[in-house]
Design a protein around this ligand. Structure first.
Ligand code: PA5
Length: 434
C-alpha cells in the first residue's frame, strides 16, 4: 500500500478509507487534481476575482502586521474587554483561533475578555452582554466586508450607542475599530465620517477566506496570540502545499473526500478529540459548506467533538444510513502529562489504570473508535498534526483553505461565491419593509 503523505507539519493518513474507494481510483485522480490546482494557482477558474487569500501569508507586510499589533496593544491598554461584532466569515476565524490557542475558558483567565456579538439576533444574548459590560472598560471591533449585514449592523449600532453613552462621542470614537472593504460599503463610509481606526479586508478576499486578514488577526492579537507566528505557519503551508503531486496532503485530502462523495458518502464529519478545536470545526464547516454546496452538489460538512459526541451521535455514526465518512484531526500529545491516581478503596474499579495517563486512555479510545467506525462502514481520513500551537494553527487553516479551493474545482463548482445565502436576506429585508 502506498505510503501516507507527509509534510513536516501535517500528514494525510488514508489507511482507513479502503472498502469505500479503491486505491487505483484515487491515483487516477492525479490529472484532475493537477488541473484543479493549476486553475486555482493561475486564476483561470470561476471566482478568480476572489483569490487574494492564496498568497496572503507571504504577501502580508511587516507594516500591516505592525499596525494590527499596535491597535491590539492600544485595546489591551485601555480596555478590559473587546466585543468583536461580525458573523460568518467575519467572525468564525477569530473565534476559532482564540479558542484553539487560549482554550474555551479563555475569558476566565485572560486579562482582556473577548466577547462576540453580531452573530445572531437574540435579544436575550445581547442583553446579557450589555449587562456584562456595564462596569468594565471595553472597545469594539466591527467586522463586515459588505458593511451591510443585518445581524452585524444591529449589534454595531447598539454597542456604538453604548460606548457613546459611557465615554461621550469623542472618546467613544477611540474605542471603535472597523474591519471592512477598503473602498466601498456603508461601514467604510461611517468609519470615514467618524474617524474610526480601520483595517481592510482586501476586495479580492471573501469572508470565509479572511482569517489571515485583520478580520482574524486583530482579535487574535488582542487575545495575546502571536500573530507573526500564526502567519509563519500559514506561510510555510503556502510554500509546502504548492507541491503539484500526490505527495501534497491537500491533494490527497481533496481527492479522497471527492472520491468518497462520488461513491455515495454525502456527509463529512470533521472530528477532533480536543474541546478547544470546536470552533475550528465550525469555521471549517462554513468554509466547505459555502464553497461547495451549490448547483445541487456538495458534501454536507458536519462537526463532532469526540469522545463527547460518541455519547450522543455514536449510535447514528455506527449504524445509521451509510452515507458518512469522517475526517479526524489529531494533534501531538501535550507535554504536560495528567496521571490517574491510585485509590486504595477502588470502589470505581479504576485501579487497573492507576499510574497511566489520560492520554493513554484517550489514545486507546481513539484507536477503538477508528476500528469500530471503519468496521461499521464509515471510512476515516486522519489529518495528523503537530502540537496545538500558533504555527500549527496557521498551517492547518491554510491547509483547509487550499484543500477547499482544489476540492470545489474538482467538484465543478465556483469555490468563492455564495449565491444561496442571499435568499433569506431578501425575504427578511422585504419583511422589514426595506
Ligand atoms: O463567507 C462569507 O462571505 C460570509 O460568511 C460572510 O462572511 C458573512 O455573511 C458576513 O458578511 P459580511 O462580512 O459582509 O458582514
Amino acid at each position: 500500500m502506498r505510503k501516507d503523505v507527509t509534510t513536516s507539519m501535517l500528514e494525510t493518513d488514508i489507511s482507513n478509507i479502503w472498502g469505500s474507494i479503491e486505491f487505483s481510483d484515487l491515483m487516477k485522480m492525479e490529472p484532475r487534481l493537477s488541473k484543479a490546482h493549476e486553475t486555482l494557482a493561475e486564476g483561470t477558474g470561476e471566482g478568480n476575482d476572489f483569490l487574494g487569500w492564496h498568497h496572503l501569508p507571504s504577501r502580508t507586510t511587516e507594516a500591516e502586521l505592525d499596525a494590527i499589533q499596535k491597535a491590539a496593544n492600544q485595546i489591551r491598554r485601555d480596555s478590559k474587554a473587546l466585543v468583536v461584532i461580525g458573523i460568518g466569515g467575519s467572525y468564525l476565524g477569530a473565534r476559532a483561533a482564540i479558542e484553539f490557542m487560549n482554550g474555551v475558558m479563555h475569558n476566565e483567565t485572560d486579562p482582556v475578555k473577548i466577547y462576540f456579538a453580531g452573530n445572531h439576533l437574540s435579544t436575550r444574548a445581547l442583553n446579557a452582554l450589555v449587562d456584562r459590560l456595564e462596569n468594565i472598560d471595553f472597545s469594539i471591533n466591527i467586522v463586515s466586508k459588505s458593511g451591510s449585514t443585518m445581524e452585524t449592523a444591529v449589534a454595531a449600532r447598539m454597542f456604538r450607542w453604548l460606548l457613546n453613552r459611557k465615554y461621550g462621542p469623542e472618546k467613544a470614537k477611540q474605542r471603535i475599530y472597523v474591519t471592512t472593504d477598503p473602498m466601498k460599503g456603508k461601514l467604510r463610509a461611517l468609519a470615514k465620517e467618524e474617524g474610526y481606526v480601520t483595517f481592510p479586508i482586501p476586495s479580492n478576499v471573501g469572508g470565509r477566506y479572511s482569517v489571515f486578514t485583520a478580520c482574524g488577526l486583530l482579535p487574535m492579537a488582542v487575545a495575546g496570540i502571536d500573530i507573526r507566528s500564526v502567519m509563519a505557519g500559514a506561510r510555510r503551508a503556502e510554500t509546502e502545499l504548492d507541491v503539484r503531486s500526490m505527495d501534497n496532503p491537500a491533494w490527497l485530502y481533496a481527492a479522497a473526500r471527492n472520491l468518497m462523495y462520488e461513491n455515495g458518502k454525502k456527509i463529512e464529519m470533521l472530528c477532533s478529540y480536543e474541546p478547544d478545536f470546536e470552533y475550528v470545526g465550525r469555521w471549517w464547516q462554513q468554509l466547505f459548506g459555502e464553497s461547495e454546496g451549490k448547483d445541487g452538489k456538495g458534501i454536507f460538512p458536519a462537526c463532532a467533538q469526540f469522545t463527547t459526541d460518541l455519547h450522543s451521535m455514536g449510535q447514528m455514526i455506527q449504524q445509521g444510513e451509510r452515507t458518512l465518512f469522517e475526517t479526524v484531526v489529531r494533534f501531538q500529545k501535550e507535554p504536560r502529562e495528567l496521571k490517574i491516581e491510585t485509590d486504595w478503596k477502588n470502589m470505581d474499579d479504576l485501579n487497573y489504570l492507576a499510574g497511566k495517563t489520560v492520554d493513554y486512555v484517550e489514545e486507546n479510545a481513539y484507536q477503538g473508535v477508528v476500528t469500530a467506525h471503519v468496521d461499521g462502514g464509515v471510512p476515516v481520513l486522519v489529518l495528523k498534526c503537530g502540537p496545538m500551537n500558533s504555527r500549527m494553527l496557521g498551517y492547518l487553516l491554510y491547509f483547509f483553505q487550499l484543500s477547499c479551493g482544489i476540492s470545489a474545482y474538482l467538484l465543478g463548482v465556483n469555490p468563492f461565491n455564495q449565491p444561496g445565502v442571499e435568499a433569506y436576506k431578501k425575504n427578511m429585508m422585504t419583511n422589514l419593509g426595506c
